[in-house]
Design a protein around this ligand. Structure first.
Ligand SMILES: NC(=O)c1ccc[n+]([C@@H]2O[C@H](COP(=O)([O-])OP(=O)(O)OC[C@H]3O[C@@H](n4cnc5c(N)ncnc54)[C@H](O)[C@@H]3O)[C@@H](O)[C@H]2O)c1
Length: 251
């Protein structure tokens, strides 16, 4: 995959899909800002990349805070001179799974502020830089829950449908500016977020595995492969699309 020397920000790079993506970008010769709320984890991933001969730096960010996202974009441009790619991956789920009538208001605000508003802030500010430099590429991490119904999970569902909508609308706006914007929609993938879900509802782990045609969950690196591919020169005519990686569950 051709991402050599690309300057990349990945939000939520301290764990899971973001960490796998950071490592894969670096393996293919990109230079990476590992941005995360958990700076210790982000630093550890950047150190691992540098120890393996890649190039990465870390940055502490809460994507739900506009000024912090602004500082992250400025940091990347100061560090690398430009911003070729941003992967908007940071995301959370509700603390409690409950049907819509009982959905916790605090959970609604938290999930929407990180998964939806956070992606909007990152897109808005990255696009300003990308328009100015004349090129760019955005990969948003949505979810199978952004394409299909998702029970007891209304805040997450709303936020991920929004990510798909923002991806398509912005791709239409910026196609003529040499900026591509796509989304990846993972199904159940073995990360901390996923472990929280099956710890809260052990019954659904086995259920979803059985419902999945491939009879297994995804690995973070399998999702990262699609992220890096969409950000690469190999996909130069793809924009406004979603790619689902779910072992067939959505079928
Ligand atoms: N794991 C799955 O099954 C699955 C399925 C579909 C979609 N996704 C999506 O993939 C993305 C990554 O999830 P994951 O499974 O790797 O989760 P994870 O919990 O393993 O990692 C998420 C990372 O994001 C960081 N983060 C959380 N809130 C943040 C904030 N406000 N600002 C900056 N960083 C923040 C966390 O510190 C963590 O390092 C999320 O958007 C998630 O919704 C995951």
């Amino acid at each position: 995959m051709n991402v050599k020397d690309k300057k990349v920000i990945i939000t939520g790079a301290g764990a899971g899909i973001g960490a796998a993506s950071a490592k894969l970008f670096a393996k293919h010769g990109a230079q990476v800002v590992c941005a995360d709320l958990n700076i210790e984890n982000a630093k550890a991933i950047a150190e691992e990349i540098n120890a393996a001969g890649g190039k990465a730096v870390s940055f502490e960010v809460n994507v739900a805070k506009y000024e912090q996202v602004e500082a992250m974009i400025k940091f990347a441009v100061a560090e690398f001179g430009q911003l070729d790619v941003i992967v908007n991956n940071a995301g959370i789920g509700p603390r409690k799974l409950s049907k819509t009538a009982k959905h916790d208001l605090e959970d609604w605000d938290r999930v929407i502020s990180v998964n939806q508003t956070g992606v909007f802030y990152c897109m808005k500010l990255a696009l300003q830089q990308m328009v100015e430099q004349g090129h760019g590429n955005i990969v948003n991490i949505a979810s199978l829950a952004g394409l299909k119904a998702s029970g007891s999970n209304i805040s997450y569902s709303a936020s991920k449908f929004a990510v798909v909508g923002m991806t398509k609308s912005a791709a239409m706006e910026y196609g003529s500016k040499n900026i591509r914007i796509n989304a990846v929609c993972p199904g159940y993938t073995q990360t901390n977020l996923f472990n929280q879900l099956i710890t809260a509802r052990p019954d659904i782990g086995e259920l979803f595995k059985n419902l999945t045609p491939m009879k297994r969950f995804g690995e973070p690196m399998e999702i990262a492969e699609a992220v890096v591919w969409l950000a690469s020169e190999n996909t130069s005519f793809i924009t406004g699309q979603t790619i689902t990686l779910d072992g067939g569950l959505g079928l």
